[in-house]
Design a protein around this ligand. Structure first.
Ligand code: SF4
Length: 379
């Protein structure tokens, strides 16, 4: 079963409508009815999805559901980011009623706060799981700690879902390696100017991994990689840093202005999707290899110097002329690093643009003007 729909027009692929995602609700219903899968709402950002897959469960990530906020504000301080605000709203509006549980990775204080609201105060009577990954600087004990977290999560889920079959976990870890390799290949093609896709299409495809089962996501990625090879459009190249490529209107705006995102440093994308699990026979060890191979990130306490070095590598590799920091308003982990990253990039002659956004609010006229001025400068 495929997660995308390809529309053909006049015998050729219509580039505007290729790889449209299926509606999540419909997809989730099918996953339950056809495969008997349990559904878990997962908050950002990094977690061992392979354990869920191996237990015939589908993790569905909650980043930026398209909603109007009406109830969440009563539970949150005004300075909480909109990822948390919209996630809570999704629950309060009853859109998660059919889910079998939630997972809260320890990404930041705001997600911790949300976990406590959902688990302790809302009275939802749904299992809530927590996943505390180690923060930098990593020591030898960090790996042991991470392995214990993986196993604790698995044994917690076993109480609800039944025993974890280690062979099935190995199979899913192997599949996950395939997915990461393919994503890396697509990123490499893009950085080398050998991918014909628009910015909007690239992230439309990639972000379907937030809810598709790997049996559907892998063929989607293969088809995208196979049909999108070719020379990229000429025009200025930028890299995008931040949490997620949303509001997505920025992508369309950059497409309209002839600007190509050559690489990214987004928490929801390259910071977690490119590191593949290792090849160890022990699936938990393989997952730990993948975790510790992830690039530096504000939510893991990585030193800002490492982040700067990583950004510069991406800029050099993709030939980018500028960096756009597309941040979620009130995202504390990111906001701490940005001033030093901007200063560091400027000192290397890289133009920077910092945009503070609210999810689901599009790109305002004022933001559009700033982007246009930035593009003019780097063109
Ligand atoms: S946007 Fe930032 S503050 Fe909000 S959940 Fe994500 S990492 Fe945490």
């Amino acid at each position: 079963m495929h997660g995308s729909r390809i529309h053909r027009s006049g015998g050729g692929l219509d580039r505007m409508t290729r790889f449209q995602p299926r509606p999540r609700k419909e997809y989730i219903r099918e996953q339950k009815e056809k495969y008997g899968r349990r559904i878990f709402g997962v908050f950002p950002a990094q977690y061992p999805k392979e354990i869920f897959w191996a237990m015939n469960a589908l993790p569905v990530e909650i980043w930026d559901p398209p909603l109007e906020v009406s109830q969440a504000n009563a539970h949150l301080q005004p300075y909480i980011c909109s990822v948390v605000r919209f996630g809570l709203e999704l629950i309060l509006q009853g859109h998660c009623d059919g889910m079998d549980g939630f997972l809260f990775p320890h990404t930041c204080d705001s997600i911790q706060n949300l976990a406590s609201i959902v688990n302790d105060y809302l009275g939802l009577k749904k299992p809530c799981y927590f996943f505390y990954h180690p923060k930098a600087p990593y020591r030898a004990s960090s790996r042991d700690y991470y392995l214990k977290q993986l196993k604790d999560l698995a044994s917690g889920l076993e109480k609800q879902l039944g025993p974890l079959n280690l062979d099935e976990l190995k199979r899913r870890v192997h599949q996950s390696r395939g997915i990461s390799s393919l994503i890396k290949e697509i990123y490499d093609l893009r950085a080398e100017g050998k991918l014909r896709s628009t910015n909007e299409e690239f992230y439309r495809v990639l972000r379907q991994g937030e809810f598709l089962h790997p049996d559907d996501f892998l063929p989607l990625l293969s088809e995208f990689a196979g049909t999108s090879r070719g020379e990229s459009k000429k025009g200025p190249v930028v890299i995008m840093s931040g949490v997620l490529p949303s509001p997505p209107e920025i992508l369309t705006l950059l497409d309209e202005l002839g600007v190509r995102i050559g690489d990214d440093d987004l928490l929801s994308c390259s910071r977690r999707l490119l590191a593949k699990p290792g090849g160890s026979e022990d699936p938990f060890e393989a997952l730990a290899d993948g975790y510790f191979a992830m690039p530096p990130c504000s939510t893991k306490n990585s030193p800002v110097e490492e982040r700067l070095k990583h950004l510069v590598q991406k800029i050099e590799r993709s030939g980018a002329k500028g960096a756009i920091f597309y941040t979620v308003k009130f995202c504390e982990p990111e906001l701490f690093d940005i001033p030093q990253l901007v200063e560091g990039l400027k000192s290397k002659g890289v133009a920077t643009l910092v945009m503070d956004t609210e999810l689901n609010q599009g790109v305002s006229g004022q933001m559009r003007t700033r982007v246009e001025a930035f593009v003019e400068m780097i063109s």
